[in-house]
Ligand binder design. Structure first.
Ligand code: RB5
Length: 147
């Protein structure tokens, strides 16, 4: 499975850690930056991750900024993207199972490294359950289509 990962300046170290963590589990990780602590703009990276996932180049995405919020807002502007900010593993699992989220976002200033690992693991190990959840996800797509 191919995972797009991206971040702003607040999350370079955490991104590197999570990349190694995922590669050790056999995932192919596509690193879309940022690579330095120089101030950078999270919308650029949210857009890149969103496009990589929406185009099918990557299966799922991981987006990290200070809070996870800004980068997820940017990613969610790409059609077909459902990026969810999670600060604990339960929501990370549920957003995959129920919302069919295709990007998990979290904050480098919010979660510990250990918590970030748990969030990513729960997200990637979960599967969309379909059924009644499909209808609701389709409703979200309709909103996107109509606005
Ligand atoms: C950068 O200072 C910070 O605003 C950014 O990383 C993020 O938290 C925005 O949502």
């Amino acid at each position: 499975m191919k995972i797009a990962i991206g971040n702003d300046h607040t999350a370079v170290e955490l991104k590197k850690h999570i990349t190694k963590h995922l590669e050790a589990k056999g995932y192919t990780v596509v690193d879309l930056g940022a690579d330095t602590d120089e101030p950078s703009d999270y919308p650029l990276f949210g857009e890149k991750i969103g496009k990589a996932v929406a185009s099918g180049e990557c299966d799922l995405g991981v987006a990290i900024c200070g809070t996870g919020i800004g980068i997820s807002l940017a990613a969610n502007k790409i059609k077909g993207i459902r990026a969810a900010v999670c600060s604990e593993p339960y929501s990370a699992r549920l957003t995959r199972q129920h919302n069919n989220a295709n990007i998990i976002a979290f904050g480098a200033r919010v979660v510990t490294t250990e918590m970030a690992e748990k969030i990513v693991d729960e997200f990637l190990n979960a599967e969309f359950e379909g059924g009644r959840h499909q209808r609701r996800v389709d409703m979200i797509s309709e909103i996107e289509k109509n606005n």
